[in-house]
Design a protein around this ligand. Sequence first.
Ligand SMILES: Nc1ncnc2c1ncn2[C@@H]1O[C@H](COP(=O)(O)OP(=O)(O)OP(=O)(O)O)[C@@H](O)[C@H]1O
Ligand SMILES: [Mg+2]
Length: 286
Amino acid sequence: MLEKAPGFFIEMDPAAQPQPFVEFRDVTFGYGARAILDGVSFAVPRGKVTALMGASGGGKTTVLRLIGGQQRAQRGEVLFDGQDIVRLDAAGLYAARRRMGMLFQFGALFTDMSVFDNVAFPLREHTQLSEALVRDIVLMKLDAVGLRGARDLMPSEVSGGMARRVALARAIALDPDLVMYDEPFAGLDPISLGTAARLIRQLNDTLGLTSIIVSHDLEETFRIADHVIVLANGGIAAQGTPGEVRESADPLVHQFVNALPDGPVRFHYPGVSIEDDFGNLEGGRS
Ligand SMILES: Nc1ncnc2c1ncn2[C@@H]1O[C@H](COP(=O)(O)OP(=O)(O)OP(=O)(O)O)[C@@H](O)[C@H]1O
Ligand SMILES: [Mg+2]
């Protein structure tokens, strides 16, 4: 089952299996005093599509930010192709980020730029390539998402699903090794959603990427993912193939996979008790 990836070496353990492309080892992170991840460990296999799932507010976007180095873990290691992101200096982090493509959760296109210029943006920003080369690359990426013909449109002239595909073309403009998609399906109709999902799978396989998808769309995500990680209450509730996760006996995972509103996953953002907020309405506010 495990392919041999030629040309890389694991210093610590030469007998080990192919090194995961991203690995969290005992990572703890919080915003200020609020703990979000508490000693989390998981692996994102190289060359595969991994789905990161879990309740809203559970820390999925935070995990992507830790990988991208926009946030730093307070404890543990965040390994990106064997390098610990937590310990990289600014130059090292910049170099690592060049190898990552990111589709942000609420990421929009630059509205004052054409589809073409949106995809060209990272190339112009991060490389010294000639305009002729930029043009070839942009058209190639737009072709990969089926929108070569839409190059001259403005973002206001494309549909939501098309805009998502343009953002996808932009995310892969610099030929990243890892692409992270934060809610790529949000707001798409079932047909566009299916198209976007197949596209993510196809780009992963034809471009030899490693992909991480954060999504609430269980069915579509389980269909295209090789590996699933379920994040809940600061830890990993399950990880494995979609089939394994679906079969999980863990009540947290059961609640999540079956979309049950009540169960061990907390629905409420932690705060004062409801009695404290509403209990003394008659007494008025002090
Ligand atoms: N910059 C920040 N400062 C303080 N708290 C933050 C910050 N970003 C996120 N949080 C908090 O951290 C928790 C996890 O947020 P995160 O965005 O990672 O969740 P998520 O799993 O991506 O949720 P969703 O599915 O709703 O996008 C949330 O409770 C959120 O309020
Ligand atoms: Mg999020």
